[in-house]
Design a protein. Structure first.
Length: 352
């Protein structure tokens, strides 16, 4: 009997399945915890709760984890993550572009581009952070929070603790901004119309949930505008991933890191999941999939993303996080100030 159990555990496919079920259980816990009133009020998503739950386990009971669960955990943090990013496209349609018009698209592009470039330069050149961590932090602030961090991770080949730190910056400054924006607007400290405020919130807040909460706190119209402009930033994630992949390959070539099978290596490292992400947006734009099925896909996708975050947390060492120090949060704080101030003037100029 002992031999049979050992053989069962040693089978690669069975190990993979066991690990996936293990991670899925943690994701289920995250989904239940997010329904707690104080987390609901803060607009905290299951993704954020998932990484916290995973880190709690990874830094306490992880040493007792059976080795046969490891393949499923690694699969969740890598391959399952790519699938989840591809399915994320079913939240979007190209018709969203028409709703916000050229000015809305220009606002989203301006804030994404300037924030990402500023964050990358400050992180690498000024704060001397590891390149991967600087790029992840910049992506989380400029695009769509935790989902952007997860999407950029395989492109830059970041370590798990770097992704966890970047997600942490999103949680802190995204939540603060979500709470401050409606407060400042209601006290007249953000003089703009509700429509411009919605565009401002969508172009500058980190998570989709943050944009929804901050917009709806003012009016339904502001909430709708915030969501649409925010989704424009999400759509721009795909070209950002492709451009980032090309830039990293060119940097590797300049540093003499090109392999002998250069073309094959380029094809392998190309972020194909970004292309598939755009393809799912195109499919969703055609309206050929029933709305109920799209909703089911989106719900399933949130669960996959939460699984990826749980797995990421399980593989994150708080000791490595501690060694990095406060620099990533200082960088994210500067980017949050830029998003609020630069976004205010850009929204008034382009939309107002």
């Amino acid at each position: 009997m002992k031999f049979v159990v050992q053989a069962f555990r040693n089978d690669r496919n069975v190990q993979l399945l066991n690990g996936l079920v293990f991670v899925a259980l943690f994701a289920s816990v995250a989904f239940h915890l997010v329904d707690l009133p104080f987390l609901t009020a803060l607009g905290i998503s299951p993704l954020i709760v998932g990484i916290v739950v995973g880190m709690c386990y990874g830094n306490t009971l992880h040493v007792h984890m059976p080795v046969y669960l490891k393949p499923g955990i690694l699969f969740s943090s890598k391959s399952l993550l790519r699938l989840a990013i591809v399915l994320y496209g079913f939240r979007l349609t190209f018709q969203d572009l028409a709703q916000v018009g050229f000015k809305g698209v220009a606002l989203a592009a301006f804030m994404l581009g300037t924030t990402f470039l500023m964050g990358s330069w400050l992180g690498i050149k000024v704060f001397r952070l590891p390149r991967c961590l600087a790029l992840l932090t910049a992506a989380g602030s400029s695009v769509c929070g935790a989902a952007a961090v997860l999407a950029v991770e395989p492109v830059v080949k970041a370590e798990n603790h770097e992704s966890s730190i970047a997600v942490g910056t999103v949680v802190v400054f995204g939540t603060l901004a979500m709470l401050l924006y409606p407060l400042l607007y209601s006290h007249g400290l953000l003089p703009m119309s509700a429509e411009v405020y919605g565009a401002f919130a969508g172009a500058t807040l980190h998570e989709v949930a943050h944009a929804v909460a901050a917009g709806q706190a003012i009016s339904p119209e502001a909430g709708n505008t915030a969501v649409i402009v925010k989704m424009m930033r999400v759509i721009m994630l795909a070209p950002l991933l492709v451009a980032l992949g090309f830039w990293l390959r060119r940097a590797a070539m300049r540093n003499g890191e090109q392999t002998a099978d250069g073309n094959a290596s380029h094809m392998k490292s190309f972020p194909w999941f970004a292309v598939l992400f755009v393809a799912t947006i195109g499919i969703n734009s055609l309206g050929i999939i029933p709305a109920g099925m799209v909703n089911a896909i989106n719900a399933f996708d949130v669960f996959l993303l939460t699984m990826a975050m749980c797995a990421l947390g399980m593989e994150t060492s708080l000791e490595k996080v501690r060694k990095v120090g406060p620099k990533p949060f200082l960088l994210a704080g500067i980017l949050a100030v830029w998003l609020a101030t630069g976004g205010y003037f850009a929204a008034n100029f382009l939309i107002g």
